[in-house]
Design a protein around this ligand. Structure first.
Ligand code: ARG
Length: 457
């Protein structure tokens, strides 16, 4: 049998393979609530504009609510023959209310309909991402507040660089996440224009009120150009690229947690709730959540790449290629939210092993820069010379298998005669971090100021 939506033009129905490649109902049923909200707004507007009767609009409204509850209660029969969520909803509406259902699509096309539904869906995900990021920021802020004074090694090249504070390290991620959040907020503002009423591509000859439907759906205004409105998927691309960058940050933190929780580092203990064991090695406690979050970037960036490539080269206006926008975006959104929630749980639950952190902070000649800075300050040495003297002292300590504070004053003076006892005051890790009071630095006082700045997020 031919299609009930366009059967007039068609003598035969689609091949089974055509139906399989064409149907999106398997995934776009996730936009049912958005589709029904869009249709309700459209129907109410059609009545207000005198395009359909109030009586028909009321029947449509009631019928759509019935369809929605059927879907929500899981007793809706989705049909692949009806392709997508739009036609499934409309066909069911027709079964329930009869003739008025056929008036709903006046002055509208599936092209503006799908753009509207998808935008509403993505807009919710922007909000969910913002909320998930904020929850994680809070977990990191508590860690930072608790550990504003705990010293740990700071690395460059994953080699000991200078001591930093635990709180400082946590706050670095708060800054990254704050930028992630602002990317979602910014994209949300830009995307919040309604495609509804753009119709197929050219607008409509019916006296529709696009302001009214835009307003009803929480959009700031109608999209200004009907060709653009049905062709635009920038909002999904922005969501995916903001998600990609956020996932990069989550992946970097995950990598650190994997390293830090190893027996060789012992910087943190992850909770049992976010770890798994081994079926053969009884001692194992694996940081699986961190590893999986580290991997999520793969599919999120994959979705970003896939949709970017789908969109490139498409002529205006709608092409069916654009149906491929949804699965990727759904998958990326699901996995971003999951990764944010898992990271929040892990960060909340993890405990820093302050003794291991402190011991590690002092190893690897981590205060060599403090020694060089002391030579500059106390002896008025040019920094380059101080660097050289300190390097010689590091080499001496290394050859003796000890750390810088273990050298004697005589050892020091054999390299530079004017070094005094005072130098030992700067070789401790606590002095080192406390001295780094420049704005944004690692000193506990600066970390507390950083935490205070994010108090209200
Ligand atoms: N299922 C389609 C999609 O997701 C809806 C729009 C169909 N429009 C059309 N002209 N065939 O893009």
């Amino acid at each position: 049998s031919s299609n009930q939506m366009w059967g007039g033009r068609f003598a035969a129905g689609p091949d089974a393979i055509m139906e399989a490649i064409n149907a999106s109902i398997g995934y776009d049923q996730r936009m049912a609530a958005q589709d029904i909200a869009g249709s309700r707004a459209h129907a109410a507007m059609l009545a207000k504009a005198g395009i359909i009767t109030d009586k028909d609009a009321e029947a449509i409204r009631e019928g759509l609510l019935t369809v929605l509850s059927e879907i929500e209660n899981g007793n809706f029969n989705f049909s692949a023959a009806l392709e997508d969520i739009h036609m499934n909803v409309e066909a069911r509406l027709k079964e329930i209310i009869g003739e008025p259902a056929g008036r709903l699509h006046t002055g509208r096309s599936r092209n503006d309909q799908v753009a509207t539904d998808f935008k509403l869906w993505v807009r919710d995900q922007m909000d969910a991402a913002i909320a998930g990021i904020e929850a994680l920021m809070k977990a990191l802020l508590s860690q930072a507040e608790a550990g504003a004074e705990w010293v740990m090694p700071g690395f460059t090249h994953l080699q000991t660089a200078q001591p930093v504070t635990w709180g400082h390290h946590m706050m670095a991620y708060v800054e990254m996440l704050a930028r992630d959040r602002s990317r979602f907020m910014d994209a949300r503002k830009r995307m919040n224009e309604s495609p509804l009423g753009a119709a197929a591509l050219a607008g409509t000859s019916f006296p529709i009120d696009r302001e009214m439907t835009a307003d009803a759906l929480g959009f700031d205004r109608p999209a200004a150009n009907s060709l653009d409105a049905v062709s635009d998927r920038d909002f999904a691309l922005e969501f995916l690229s903001a998600s990609t960058i956020c996932a990069v940050h989550l992946s970097r933190l995950s990598e650190e947690l994997v390293i830090w929780s190893s027996a060789q580092f012992r910087f943190v203990t992850l909770s049992d709730r976010f770890s798994t064991g081994s079926s053969i090695m009884p001692q194992k406690k694996n940081p699986d959540a961190a590893e999986l979050i580290r991997a999520k970037i793969g599919r999120i960036f994959g979705a970003n790449t896939a949709l970017t490539i789908v969109m490139k080269g498409l002529p205006l206006a709608y092409s069916k290629d654009m149906q491929e926008d949804k699965e990727q975006t759904f998958d990326a959104a699901d996995n971003l939210m999951l990764a944010l929630a898992a990271m929040e749980g892990m960060v909340k639950d993890m405990s820093a092993n302050t003794e291991s952190l402190e011991a590690a902070a002092g190893s690897g000649f981590s205060t060599a820069t403090d020694l060089a800075d002391w030579l500059v300050r106390a002896l008025n040495m040019p920094f380059r010379d101080a660097h050289h003297v300190t390097g010689t002292l590091v080499a001496m300590a290394e050859s003796r298998g000890c750390d810088l504070p273990d050298l004697t004053l005589e050892d020091m003076q054999s390299v530079h005669e004017h070094i005094t006892e005072d130098v030992f005051g700067v070789l401790g890790v606590h002095n080192s971090v406390a001295s780094r009071t420049s704005y944004g630095g690692t000193a506990p006082s600066q970390v507390r100021a950083q935490v205070a700045r994010w108090k209200d997020l």
